[in-house]
Design a protein around this ligand. Structure first.
Ligand SMILES: [Cu+2]
Length: 290
C-alpha cells in the first residue's frame, strides 16, 4: 500500500513517491540467518519459504535487486478479519495503490481495509536499500502480498516463540491525529522500532532528500502540495526504504543501512474521510541519517 496511493493527490505530490518499474524476475538465495528471504521485482514476488516453524519474532530479508535504482517495491503481511477473504483484501490493496484512484475511492477503500484485515507491516525496499523486517506473528495463517504484481502467498506460522528480535537503536511512533514521533536524527545503520499506537492504518516511508534540504523547505513543499498547488520538482535522491502498513497496536522492526544525508519520513495512507494522504495532513518528519 505505497507510492501509487499518491494517485489520490495533486500531480506534483505524486512525484514524491517512486513507482515500481519493469524488471525481470530472479530467484532469491536464502539470506543467511533470516527466516524468510523475499525478493521483489516489478513482475514477480519470491519467498524462500512459506512455512515458518517458530512464532514470535519472524525475520524477512527483503530486497529488490533488479528494479531501477530510484524505485522501490513493497511487501506486506496481513490476515483477513472474520467475514473477509484474502482475495478481497488483496483487491482493495490494489485499488488503493493503483493509478487513477480518486480521493473518494481511496477513502472508501482505506475504510474497507481497516475494517477487513489486520496488517502486520512488511518492507519497502529499493535496489540500494535491502533490509530485514522483523514482524511479530503468533501461530496461524497469514498472507503476504507484493505491491508491484499484487501476488498473494499463504504464509503459515507455527511453533513456539523461540527467536529474539535485535535491540532497536531508535523508535518511530505513529500517534493519533496523523502524526509521527521520530528522533531528530537517525543512525545511518541500525534497527528502527516502528510502533502504531494510533487508531488508524499507517506506514513509515523514509525518502532521501537532496543536499541542502531542510525541515523548513520540506514543510513548504508539502504545504503547497496539500493545497493542490505545484510545489516544483520533489527534492528526492531516489534512495528510499520503510515499513509497510501497520494496524493500530502493531509494531515491527527494520534493520537497515542507508547513505547518510537528509531524509524525510512520510505516511502515504489515504485519510478514511477525505482520501488525502496522511503525509499532506502533517504525518511527516525531517530526520537526517547520520
Ligand atoms: Cu498514516
Amino acid at each position: 500500500m505505497h507510492k501509487r496511493i499518491l494517485a489520490a493527490l495533486p500531480a506534483a505530490a505524486l512525484l514524491l513517491a517512486a513507482a515500481p518499474g519493469a524488471a525481470s524476475a530472479a530467484d532469491p538465495a536464502a539470506a543467511p540467518g533470516a527466516d524468510v528471504t523475499v525478493s521483489l521485482t516489478a513482475k514477480a514476488f519470491h519467498l524462500s519459504t512459506t512455512k515458518v516453524t517458530h512464532s514470535g519474532a519472524v525475520s524477512f530479508a527483503v530486497s529488490t535487486p533488479t528494479v531501477p535504482a530510484d524505485e522501490t517495491v513493497g511487501f506486506l503481511v496481513f490476515k483477513p478479519k472474520k467475514g473477509y477473504t484474502s482475495k478481497q483484501i488483496a483487491g482493495w490493496i490494489r485499488v488503493v495503490s493503483g493509478d487513477g484512484t480518486t480521493p473518494a475511492q481511496a477513502a472508501a477503500t482505506t475504510r474497507k481495509l481497516h475494517a477487513g484485515a489486520t496488517f502486520y507491516g512488511g518492507a519497502d525496499v529499493g535496489k540500494a536499500t535491502p533490509l530485514t523486517a522483523w514482524l511479530t506473528l503468533t501461530p496461524g495463517t497469514y498472507y503476504a502480498i507484493d505491491e508491484a504484481s499484487f501476488s498473494v502467498r499463504t504464509l503459515t506460522i507455527s511453533g513456539a516463540a523461540t527467536h529474539t528480535a535485535p535491540k532497536s537503536t531508535a523508535t518511530a511512533t505513529m500517534v493519533d491525529g496523523e502524526r509521527f514521533r521520530l528522533p531528530s536524527t537517525l543512525p545511518k545503520s541500525g534497527t528502527l522500532l516502528v510502533k502504531n499506537t494510533s487508531d488508524d492504518l499507517h506506514f513509515l516511508f523514509l525518502e532521501g532528500l537532496k543536499k541542502g534540504s531542510t525541515k523548513a523547505k520540506l514543510a513548504a513543499f508539502l504545504k503547497l502540495a496539500a493545497a493542490g498547488k505545484n510545489p516544483g520538482p520533489p527534492p528526492l535522491t531516489g534512495i528510499a526504504f520503510g515499513t509497510d502498513v501497520l494496524s493500530p497496536g502493531q509494531s515491527q522492526l527494520l534493520t537497515y543501512s542507508a547513505p547518510a544525508g537528509p531524509y524525510g519520513g512520510f505516511c502515504w495512507v489515504p485519510d478514511e474521510t477525505t482520501g488525502m494522504p496522511h503525509a499532506l495532513m502533517g504525518m511527516w518528519a525531517f530526520s537526517p541519517l547520520k
